[in-house]
Design a protein around this ligand. Sequence first.
Ligand SMILES: [Zn+2]
Length: 451
Amino acid sequence: MTVICVAGVMLLRLATLALLPERPVEDDGARGTHTPAPSAEVAKDSTPSGLPGSMADGSEADYMGPRQDAMFTVLRDTLKRNDSIYQSLGRQQVCRAQIASLNGALNEVFDTRRHVRPGDWYELILDNGGAVQRFHYVPGRTPEQPILVERRQERLQARRLDLPLTRVVHGAEVRIQDNLSAAIARIGEGDALTDLLADGIFGAVIDFRRDPRQGDIIQLLYEKLYRDDQFVRYGHVLMARYQGQVVSQTGIRFTDTAGNCGYYDADGQSLKRQFLLYPLPFRGITSRFNHQRHHPILNRVVPHLGTDYAASTGTPVWATGRGQVIHAGWRGALGKAVFIRHPNGYETRYGHLSRILVTKGQQVQQKQEIGRVGATGRATGPHLHFEIIKDGRHLNPETINRGKRGEPLPPELLTAFHTRRDELRRRLEAETTTPATLATAADTESLQPQP
Ligand SMILES: [Zn+2]
């Protein structure tokens, strides 16, 4: 590792200009996070780039800046797995006393043990005496909230900045060839957008494991948030329209006067239902779990009520509806299990969990994480055993919402909703290429068969 010293005269600008190292303009898209800056890189460049949304907010006025004849060392690193800021600084030969005083300052605004993640990166400026002048720490997932530590006279002072993100609305239209994830990938977008659609907006009304057919079309109007022209994460999906052979559905994001937001079809009916179709993320399900006819442990045919979803250990398990936990603990062959009682005589059960995250008696919300997938009890591999029961009868979770309609918006909000709907529709039309397929109030009825 070579350390390049930068002449102090260049660094005079430090007093008023915030430092932000150049970094690769690239993101993996898949998680809505940045590709980290190169590891353990030492500044090659003596000209610091300014940080837009400048931190030169006048509060530096009392800071006279480094001495003009000083030499500075700029160190940069990106944290690796199981890494810590202090291990990284140690690798770069920063002396212990300086690490300790930096630690003291950082701990005032930031939990350096719990909130550090691989991919976070920093830039450290040391003077020629090896003393910390400035430390700029950028969380990979929330680069708009960097931590800035600066020397004010003899003390290091830390603060967390809250920089604005730029919100840009994008439109897209994509044809399904095999599945939703692949279709979203073809328009250059990441899995986080698939999650918003499959688990969020349409999680109770479109079964993305079974309903899509080749040639179905999905049109989207969605926000992407940027920091310095780099994608940070997705914002809201403003409108999504799925037109398929098995199911067609429009989802329009609408916020009411009380600030509650939800997704509605073109008639203003909510896409919410009492139950989600799946108790775990769409992308987390690897397959339907195949029970062998002869149970490999009992070596006899075991009657099986419920549905099994293969998923890797640790995959989140959600309550499919609002309710009260009536069992949370070991239950025979189900291993670690959670049972939830819901309104209208329903009960859901979740078995073979590796972890339980709720306690008996607790109220849970729809899509609240109640546990993690595991293989406890009588299970041959990690999977979720899921049951939905009404009045003692087992129901098929994947058809539970068929024929059910959502709550309509109150009549006094309909005018505002229609205005918003038409505005988004025009925008979607302008952004996509096949306006003929656009939603109309008449064709948003689900094409799903009635039960
Ligand atoms: Zn099972």
